[in-house]
Design a protein around this ligand. Structure first.
Ligand code: FE2
Ligand code: FE2
Length: 407
């Protein structure tokens, strides 16, 4: 079973999964033998890829058996370190571990404990770890005011009679936001058969809520672009956020959830609390990163020890201040403990998308491990580990199509 581009479909190939349009309406059912008329239907609805049962896939299948034992041992060792904080007895984690090893083996990548988050000379490291002065208290953290684009988008979203042109007017004030949005709507994430060249057309085709939500998420995160590289590589941070957003959207399709824009934005913003620390409290952030590196604890545990709160608390407070919809704030706040969330399903999707992004080591938010796994929440989501391979392939394909626009 695997994903194949619609252009490469051959007669009599068998669908291994239902094919649905953007609104999750069933187009072609699982087990259908493909005929030329079905290819026409898929193209008409802008579907670019489907899951089929076949050996003739357009990607190179590599099995763990083909890798030389020495490299495999090294890769498994570094992956065990990456998964240090999760329960590898759980079937979902076992499957993610297998896929993580497989992905690194395909690209001949193995990472070791040597990776440094903060570039700092060795002798000042000990001093920083033991120096508890200048620690900021949670209550004293100052949050930035709402960016003007976010403010204007909030107004447009709240106005039920706002037109496509109203949204386009706000978005077009920022050429970089316009360019990113157009790149996303023209990518395989939406898979429209014809090119969308204006924001108002994107709003008409995709919907007010979805485009405004996307614009909101991108504008919110873009104010942190200038964080110096010795704290965090912002390109890697954006990669991690975008991967989480795309994986969340793909997981929604597997759970037949239609309000995907809120999940996409939640994925994009899930670690925004860390950006507040990196941008406005760089010295404290450095200490927390170095302590996490030396203690091998999860970064959010070190945040709690260092400043009395986690990045999820700061993220929640920021999104509240910026009047971002409560559902997004809720997903961001609970992404490390979705069992406690008001909307457990949505928070669990962000939680698990974050875990997948970490297990594949796509970008970084500063955390060096796969974060803690809320197996109670995951089990109630009812997602079979057998679909992880397809989820990752589809998400990776969509990620590659838009990643360059976030540079
Ligand atoms: Fe997080
Ligand atoms: Fe994250």
């Amino acid at each position: 079973m695997g994903i194949i581009l619609v252009n490469r479909l051959k007669e009599n190939m068998v669908l291994s999964e239902d094919v649905r349009d953007l609104n999750t309406r069933l187009l072609l059912a699982k087990d259908l033998k493909i005929q030329s008329k079905h290819v026409r239907i898929l193209k008409m609805w802008g579907i670019t890829e489907v899951n089929v049962v076949t050996d003739e896939l357009d990607y190179e299948e590599t099995t763990i058996k083909e890798i030389d034992p020495e490299s495999l041992e090294r890769i498994e060792e570094s992956t065990k370190y990456l998964f240090h904080h999760v329960d590898l007895e759980h079937p979902a984690m076992q499957e993610l571990f297998r896929l993580s090893v497989l992905s690194k083996s395909r690209h001949d990548i193995y990472k070791t404990d040597k990776k440094k988050m903060v570039d700092i000379v060795e002798d000042s490291k000990e001093k920083l770890i033991s120096d508890l002065r200048n620690n900021i208290a949670y209550k004293k953290i100052k949050l930035p005011g709402i960016p003007s684009t976010v403010f204007e988008l909030n107004e447009v979203i709240a106005n039920t009679s706002a037109s496509a042109d109203d949204i386009a007017r706000v978005v077009s004030k920022s050429p970089s936001l316009t360019a990113i949005l157009l790149q996303i709507v023209n990518s395989s994430v939406y898979a429209f058969p014809t090119k969308i060249d204006t924001i108002s057309r994107a709003v008409t085709l995709i919907g007010t809520q979805e485009i405004s939500g996307l614009a909101l998420g991108i504008s919110a995160i873009s104010i942190f672009k200038d964080i110096p590289e010795d704290i965090i590589d912002m390109h890697l941070f954006l990669k991690h956020s975008l991967a989480c957003a795309i994986i969340s959207r793909v997981l929604c399709a597997y759970k037949n959830i239609t309000q995907t824009e809120q999940l996409f934005v939640s994925g994009l913003l899930h670690d925004i609390g860390r950006l507040i620390l990196y941008k406005y409290y760089p010295e404290q952030a450095k200490k927390i990163l170095i302590r996490a590196e030396s203690s091998k604890e999860l970064l959010h545990q070190e945040e709690k020890k260092g400043i009395g709160c986690k990045h999820t608390d700061i993220g929640r407070d920021l999104l509240k201040k910026w009047r971002i919809p409560f559902s997004i704030e809720n997903n961001v706040f609970y992404h490390h403990n979705p069992s406690s969330a008001n909307n457990q399903t949505h928070a669990t999707i962000i939680h698990f998308a974050d875990i997948i992004a970490h297990s594949l080591e796509i970008g970084t938010s500063g955390e060096r491990f796969v974060p803690n796994f809320d197996h109670k929440a995951f089990d109630s989501l009812g997602l079979s580990p057998s679909c992880f391979d397809s989820v990752i392939r589809l998400a990776t394909h969509q990620f590659d199509a838009i990643e360059s626009s976030f540079k």
